[in-house]
Design a protein around this ligand. Structure first.
Ligand SMILES: Cc1cc2nc3c(=O)[nH]c(=O)nc-3n(C[C@H](O)[C@H](O)[C@H](O)COP(=O)(O)O)c2cc1C
Length: 404
């Protein structure tokens, strides 16, 4: 059983009727051994008293950015200290207003200020009237935050405070607790002082100034790895091809377009890292010639000659030091294990992650993946279909096990 003993959780509560349910949530988390610090928005105090939360959490509740008591210099930056203290930040209920502020990086109250300073995963549990919840802007804000790697526990269909029935009802407390347990089981800081280099996303190989050869990689697997490693304390650098994803400011992001640019960036960063995870879908081929002007549609047939790109993993394996760990990804649609074994040996990898995009819920564009992990000692492990952030944590666990 996953316990929450010694786990540090910030619970943010914003101004909705469902705020009363968060009292039960605090009670449950404290019962499971977690240390809980509650932060309320000023609107939340209209719905429930800070005293209720301080009694249940056995801790002082934060409402104001500027504490009333004059304090010394150290505690005046309480938001930074508290944000760094937490293993997990949960906002339940999260109003449409608070979600919009977080999406836009607004830090105008204690809750939103803490969110912007956090270094831990964020779980948002929205609650609102159906029309507010399903409004275009709210749905867009939620989608954008998901692209930043924020966890959501979607609302349920049911009776609402307005007396209407519909979507927007906050998830029940036991579901929130289960979600917290699943996220927190991987939030130990076991990668502190480790430098991890990750490549992510597709590469674009230009044909002419407006066209390119690309692939379906969304970069979500690489982003999940970067976030998981960052939350586990690592110093993370991501070299990414073109994607719509974003990263916390503490993660160093190097943007590239082509396979050659990615190789150059990896060559520069690789000597500085302890672990290199190559999750990018790098194009194997590129057009031999890039036309300086747009190719005209004046022929019935167009032939583009392709030449091979250099293989990044093979290139860096030449300079790999003994204490460096290199992890590759293998996308195969047939003979996935035997083909991946060959790659692992040829590219001198410590571990290879195998996925088959033809399997339901695996590979490119989707939020889930289903992988095998093959180690250089020949051990093969199969994992069930999971969200990419959980897959990322499985991969980080296996990397840790390499030294055991
Ligand atoms: C009775 C009442 C219930 C409300 N319930 C919700 C709610 O469940 N979800 C929501 O997004 N806003 C709700 N609101 C509106 C928010 O309280 C309002 O947008 C406020 O500005 C939110 O501030 P906050 O995000 O800083 O807490 C409610 C307002 C009232 C008067």
């Amino acid at each position: 059983m996953i316990t929450l003993k010694t786990k540090k959780i910030i619970l943010g509560v914003s101004g909705g009727i469902a705020a009363y349910k968060s009292c039960y949530l605090v009670r449950e988390l404290v019962k499971l051994g977690a240390e809980v610090r509650v932060v309320l928005t000023p609107s939340a105090c209209e719905f429930i008293s800070p005293l209720t939360f301080s009694t249940l959490s056995r801790n002082e509740v934060i409402v104001n950015i500027f504490p009333e008591k004059k304090v010394n210099t150290k505690t005046s930056t309480w938001h930074i200290d508290l944000a760094r203290w937490a293993d997990l930040f949960v906002i339940a209920p999260a109003t449409v207003n608070t979600i919009a502020k977080i999406k836009n990086g607004i830090a105008d109250n204690a809750l939103t200020t803490l969110v912007s300073a956090r270094r831990c995963p964020l779980l948002i549990v929205p609650a609102a009237d159906e029309d507010m919840y399903l409004s275009q802007s709210n749905q867009k804000n939620i989608a954008d935050l998901k692209l930043q790697g924020v966890y959501f526990l979607e609302t349920e269909y049911g009776e609402l405070a307005s007396g209407l029935t519909g979507f927007g009802r906050m998830a029940e407390v036991d579901l929130i607790v289960e979600k917290i347990k699943s996220i927190i089981s991987n939030s130990h800081k076991d990668y502190l002082k480790k430098k991890i280099l990750i490549t992510s996303g597709p590469t674009y190989e230009p044909i002419d100034p407006v066209r390119f050869i690309g692939n379906r990689s969304s970069g979500k697997m690489g982003q999940a790895l970067a976030l998981a490693a960052f939350y586990r304390g690592a110093d993370v650098t991501v070299i990414t091809g073109p994607t719509h994803l974003s990263y916390p400011s503490q993660i160093k992001v190097i943007k590239v377009k082509t396979a050659d640019e990615m190789l150059d960036a990896v060559k520069k960063q690789f000597p500085k890292c302890h672990i290199f995870i190559s999750a990018a879908a790098v194009a194997d081929y590129k057009p031999k010639k890039v036309s300086p002007s747009k190719l005209k549609k004046n022929k019935t047939k167009l032939t583009i000659e392709l030449i091979e790109n250099k293989d990044i993993l093979k290139e860096i394996s030449k300079s790999k030091k003994r204490n460096q760990i290199v992890v590759g990804f293998s996308v195969e649609t047939e003979n996935e294990i035997s083909n991946s074994k060959e790659k692992l040996i040829k590219k001198k990898l410590d571990l290879i992650v195998i996925n088959n995009p033809l399997r339901e819920g695996a590979g490119f564009e989707v939020d889930t993946n289903q992988i095998y992990i093959l180690r250089k000692d020949g051990t093969l492990k199969q994992f069930p279909k999971k969200f990419k952030i959980d897959v990322a944590n499985d991969i980080l666990n296996e990397i840790k096990n390499l030294n055991e």
